[in-house]
Design a protein around this ligand. Structure first.
Ligand code: GLU
Length: 284
């Protein structure tokens, strides 16, 4: 086992982010129940290893859109928010049913940027997470898309999940999407592009490189994922970007297998989440 991967065997509290593309059938956009079932089983089993788990799940808008029979992306904000209101409920209904089959209690936590920026709200959210985890619950987090508009939204769940990782003092953030990890170049354009197994530090060169990688997955591309890595790594959490095509990969990551890209934590003693969110320093 690669030395850097050994640290993954000792994780105590993890945040797993799953994008819409990993939760729906690509061809139809309808929810992939087989995959969702596996996700729930694997997460419950990670919890059974003695590791606390927080899930950040997208899919509200996509699921709601399908339920309401809306073709294509909703064209107004109100429509998008209506889709989220329907979809978030449906998604939670499915998650709670599946988790219950394994005797695992789950909970819904919806957040906006205001939740973090306002001290009282942030403290309340932090306390709630702490209490839920103490109770053995798996919190399922999403942006509160029904009420959030541009000024108060994170906009993508990559950043939201990094903020959640910092808020709950997680020691690992896992981003699952439809790409295997960080490549030296765009793997769709350049056949010689190779997967980078470990990133010691997210520096300016890496940020620049990620900006050049085109991506058609989810809301956030590679650049937002690197931005999320900055928040997570500075807060003291390692981050892994891996392919969510098969959720069994979560077990491989926790077993220290060489999958995806591992970004090593560099705890910044002056870490202040607000700087990252307000000034967007994670994108520089
Ligand atoms: N909050 C959005 C949803 O649930 C997803 C945002 C994202 O995928 O980054 O539909």
């Amino acid at each position: 086992m690669r030395k850097e991967r050994e640290r993954l065997l000792k994780k105590k509290r993890i945040v797993v982010k799953v994008g819409t593309s990993s939760l729906v059938h690509t061809k139809t956009g309808y929810i992939n129940l087989t995959k969702l079932e596996k996700l729930v089983r694997v997460l419950t089993d990670i919890k059974n290893r003695g590791i606390e788990v927080v899930l950040v799940s997208s899919g509200a808008i996509g699921v709601g859109r399908k339920a309401l029979g809306i073709q294509g992306k909703p064209d107004t904000l109100a429509k998008k928010q209506a889709c989220a209101a329907v979809g978030q409920g449906q998604l939670m209904m499915i998650y709670q049913k599946l988790f219950a089959e394994y005797g695992q209690i789950s909970a819904q936590v919806l957040m906006t940027k205001t939740t973090i920026l306002k001290t009282l709200n942030r403290t309340n959210a932090e306390n709630t997470f702490e209490e839920l985890l103490k109770m053995g619950v798996i919190p399922i987090v999403n942006e509160n898309d029904t009420v959030s508009t541009e000024e108060i939204e994170f906009g993508d769940n990559d950043n939201l999940s990094a903020v959640v990782a910092a808020l709950v003092h997680a020691d690992l953030l896992i981003l699952l999407s439809d790409i295997d990890g960080l490549y030296t170049d765009d793997p769709n354009q350049n056949k010689d592009a190779t997967l980078i197994p470990v990133v010691n530090e997210i520096d300016a060169t890496l940020v620049k490189m990620a900006k050049g990688v085109s991506s058609d997955f989810g809301t956030g591309g590679m650049a937002t994922k690197i931005g999320a890595g900055r928040i997570a790594n500075d807060s003291g959490a390692d981050m892994v970007i891996a392919n969510g095509a098969d959720f069994g990969i979560l077990n491989e990551i926790m077993d220290g297998k060489e999958v995806g890209t591992l970004f090593l934590a560099h705890k910044n003693p002056d870490f202040n989440m607000m700087d990252y969110i307000e000034k967007k320093t994670y994108l520089q």
